[in-house]
Design a protein around this ligand. Structure first.
Ligand code: UDP
Length: 241
């Protein structure tokens, strides 16, 4: 198979494949936070991010969400459709945490009255600022695409919040990205993992996501392994039931 490295990011490498419309994403064990100022690495991070993303994309597809997912190739790699990504990060939130807790002056952990969607401009140099529709129009993103992003954020949240609840996890917030395939269809891209979501244990409140790394809390490797276990064990049992 002819693989050419297309892109290398903090946490993954993306390769072309023999099929011009299919990419291979290989997840690494490396992590960065705070615009690359903080670096780290832990065992099986790549495995968790690839395997959890694959399981969740497959689950979302069965619930009518179009995604770029094609197949999981091995522990750390998935194949996806090749997308032209929108320069938008869509954030969905159920509980105040991180930047929202700061913005609203809420204590972290405050339940929101209804889910909140935020649109951020995907630009590392600018620090991914939150923008409104007027700003995005200025940047050339259409209203139709923005509407798709907001609706997708709400739809994915409506499917995944109960999915994680059944697994003893509060889905606090998460970030998704959207792209367009070769036929012009918009769909969910990127990944869904403890790097891109906040997961709190329902019973203990324990954080089981990248905040353990961002905030030097320790137990990062164990938290990622626990999230992988909760998603895959029950998914497999569900498949047998
Ligand atoms: N997030 C992400 N990538 C980013 C920014 C945020 O995956 O570049 C995720 C983050 O993990 C969290 C949610 O989006 O689940 C909301 O993040 P927030 O705006 O609170 O920013 P943070 O506190 O992480 O800086």
């Amino acid at each position: 198979m002819s693989e050419t490295l297309l892109y290398e990011g903090k946490a993954k490498k993306v390769f072309t494949t023999d099929d011009g419309n299919v990419l291979l994403h290989r997840y690494k064990d490396d992590a960065t936070a705070f615009d690359g100022q903080k670096r780290g690495s832990w065992k099986d991070k790549g495995k968790t991010n690839a395997t959890m993303s694959a399981a969740i994309f497959a689950y979302l597809e069965t619930h009518g969400v179009p995604t770029h997912f094609v197949e999981q190739v091995d522990d750390t790699s998935i194949k996806t459709k090749r997308l032209e990504m929108l320069p938008v990060e869509v954030i969905a939130r159920n509980v105040a945490a991180g930047s929202l807790a700061k913005r609203l002056g809420y204590e972290e952990g405050t339940q929101l009255k209804a889910p909140i969607i935020e649109l951020c401009y995907k630009d590392d140099d600018l620090g991914d600022p939150m923008l409104n529709w007027y700003h995005f129009r200025e940047l050339g993103v259409s209203d139709e695409d923005l509407e798709f992003c907001e609706e997708l954020g709400l739809k994915v949240n409506g499917i995944l919040a109960p999915f994680f609840d059944e697994r003893g996890i509060i889905l606090v917030d998460f970030k998704i990205e959207v792209g367009r395939d070769e036929n012009g269809n918009l769909m969910l891209g990127d990944e869904i993992s403890p790097d891109t979501c906040r997961f709190w244990d329902k019973e203990t409140g324990e954080k089981l996501d990248k905040d353990r790394f961002r905030r030097d809390m320790g137990g990062v490797e164990e938290a990622y392994a626990e999230m992988l276990r909760r998603v895959t064990e029950i998914t497999q049992r569900g498949a047998v039931d």
